[in-house]
Design a protein. Sequence first.
Length: 307
Amino acid sequence: MARFIDRQRANAAVNSMPFSMRDCVELLKIGSIDAEGLDASRITDWLSPGFFETEFWPWSRHSSKHNAPADQRRLNRFRRVNMKILMVLTSHDKLGDTGKKTGFWLEEFAAPYYVFQDAGAEITLASPLGGQPPLDPTSDDAASQTDFTRRFKADPAAQAALASSLKLRDVAAGDFDAVFYPGGHGPLWDLAENGYSIALIEAMLAAGRPVAAVCHAPGALRHVKAGDSKPVVAGKTVTGFTNTEEQAAGLTEVVPFLVEDMLRENGGRYSKAADWQPHVVVDGLLITGQNPASSEPAARALLTMLK
């Protein structure tokens, strides 16, 4: 690769065409370009966050004058271009012994999905069984429709992505910057007890990467432990579907556990707003939302944390 004498001209040349991460590393190593002047939107192969942080970032620091705050701003600027967000949905479709169907709640998937997509994030979908996650039919009725759900119904690409979700056992925490769990009653049966989900959340938090869950999805935190082996919600301010919201849904005696009760029993400082009103809590790397109306603000809180 030819060495450029004038770094300003070199950066301009690189920025005039798509370029790869590996090319950037080679140019940085030989001092041909300066990371400060790179247009990150031109990068074509962002690879994994691990490659970025262990290969590209050290050389970008070495290539230019820097101080800690500026370095962090530059790091955030590059990472924003290629946020990798994993969304984990339920595979459970039986509403206890009622003979009725359950699954994920459409708004709680669609709103975050498009918030992330519109922000330029790369989204990966996964579920315990892979393939098409079951949709709670109640979330698909006329009264539950929003602009986001209508957008999803008119989006064949999003529908195809959902229908081909990866198996949860095949995803690695190190490949993502954040994870988001949509709710619906399904997670109370499968994700709350799923070893792969528990391990994923523990690995994400241990790596300093945020985890968000909305409505019933905070139930997936039931058996997750922090580094000190205590429940991950212990001492943290959290929220989730309230007991009174569950009572209004008529499912208090159907679900395997109540989200509000579980969070309190595990040592969480439970917070709530009025029933059905949006309410999002951020405590450290943990983001929780109370109900379907909290889906969009929970997703935006996650983006804010990544930025």
